[in-house]
Design a protein around this ligand. Structure first.
Ligand code: SAH
Ligand code: SF4
Length: 391
């Protein structure tokens, strides 16, 4: 019998079944949703249009109930409800800082929690979202780095953080919200918990939904992905996501960067800069953001500032100086204010914008690098933290 077993199979005989149990629509890419609709029995020629209609309901109007999708037939809505769910992370707490910053704790499947931070400013509202529960990396100054990686977030959990914040801001169009430029939630930064380039596919799929005109509909120029320097994935991010890039630079010699950002031992400063120079579409209006956390007596000298501008020569760049945000047990101290200003001045005089990032939401531990879900058990010991930092 095996002699005659077919080596090719007629596509019509390939079972097209949905997995057991309802599928979460949130986070499915357009092709994936189309395929799932076809598997449910939607005629191929209709699937594309139906997917677009469903996307608009979910991502533009904030609808969470198939019954409310009134441009679909009643029978179709019922069928959708049998096969799919519309699920986003659950907001378990919300803290509002004196400066208006909001910090949310979002619960995802398995009972894990990630933090999401909304930062209102005069000309924009930025949502800082997480890509992993914990992080595999152990940057010495980062609170998240003290928490072991628990798991990657799914695409639905990543885009779902945006939807959760829009619920809280009451920003869905049918509730009378203004148009794009004046959106409350106008910008996304992937600067929460985790290393986004170590969860590439899910981050890419979620950002594609965020950028799609029938999705969340934010311009790729309003989305910034921050990486600690996962060099092989940088080109891929440029090609497959196309958003703005920020890099956690933090040091100007390999010796210091090896200690602060241990991934530097794998891909050093030179290799990283090479990947950054090749990032697509770099120009004066699309610059790479170099994040530089100011640590007293570690990386904050005038010589560091001069080395920094020399290293990045020729790269359209902006240097974001981040005063170190303290957290309990942190092995570093924040540089003095006049030190930060002197550093900023050297960088500025070399021709680079060098904003000093005003710490936001400090009173609620919502500032950069302070994020960490206290409920997680997998905690690195203080000894491990100090050892990683070689302090
Ligand atoms: N894992 C990614 C993105 C998340 S961190 C990355 O490392 O780029 C977002 C930014 O906050 C990074 O530049 C990070 O280095 C910085 N950061 C981390 N801990 C900090 C702290 N305690 N104070 C100030 N900035 C910090
Ligand atoms: Fe991970 Fe980024 Fe924190 Fe480093 S700075 S430990 S890469 S989250």
């Amino acid at each position: 019998m095996s002699d005659t077993a077919p080596i090719t199979q007629d596509v019509a005989t390939i079972p097209r079944k949905l997995p057991e149990g309802p599928v979460n629509i949130v986070g499915l890419t357009r092709p994936a949703l189309r395929a799932a609709l076809v598997a449910m029995g939607t005629p191929e020629r209709q699937a594309k249009m139906r997917a677009g209609q469903i996307w608009q309901w979910i991502y533009q109007w904030g609808v969470r109930d198939f019954a409310a999708m009134t441009n679909l037939s009643k029978a179709y809505r019922k069928e959708l409800a049998e096969h799919f769910v519309i699920e986003i992370p659950q907001m378990v707490s919300r803290q509002v800082s004196a400066d208006g910053t909001r910090k949310y704790l979002a619960r995802i499947a398995g009972g894990h929690e990630v933090e999401v931070v909304y930062i209102p400013e005069a000309d924009r509202g930025t949502l800082c979202i997480s890509s992993q529960v914990g992080c595999t990396l152990t940057c010495s100054f980062c609170h998240t780095g003290t928490q072991k990686l628990v798991r990657n977030l799914t695409a639905g959990e990543i885009v779902g953080q945006i939807m959760m914040a829009r619920d809280d801001l009451d920003e869905w169009p049918e509730r009378g919200v203004p148009r794009d430029e004046t959106r409350l939630l106008s910008n996304i930064v992937l600067m929460g918990m985790g290393e986004p380039l170590y969860n590439f596919e899910n981050v890419r799929d979620a950002m594609q939904i965020a950028m799609d005109g029938e999705g969340i509909s934010l311009s790729r120029r309003r989305i910034t992905l921050s990486t600690s320097g996962v060099v092989p994935e940088i080109a891929r991010a440029g090609a497959e996501i196309g958003c703005q890039l920020a890099v956690s630079f933090h040091a100007t010699t390999d010796e210091v960067r090896d200690r602060l950002v241990p991934i530097n031992r794998k891909w050093n400063i030179e290799t990283l800069l090479e990947a950054l120079r090749a990032y697509p579409r770099l120009s004066n209006s699309e610059r790479i953001t170099f994040e530089y956390v100011m640590l007293r007596d570690v990386n904050d000298s005038d010589a560091d500032a001069r080395r920094l501008v020399k290293l990045i020569e020729g790269i359209p760049a902006k240097i974001n100086l981040i005063p170190f945000n303290e957290w309990p047990g942190a092995p570093h101290a924040r540089s003095d204010w006049d030190r930060i200003e002197a550093f900023a001045d050297i960088v500025y005089k070399a021709g680079y914008a060098s904003p000093i990032r005003t710490p936001r939401g400090e009173d609620i531990m919502a500032a950069c690098g302070q994020l960490k879900s206290d409920t997680e058990r997998g905690r690195k010991s203080r000894r491990e933290i100090m050892a990683d930092a070689k302090l």
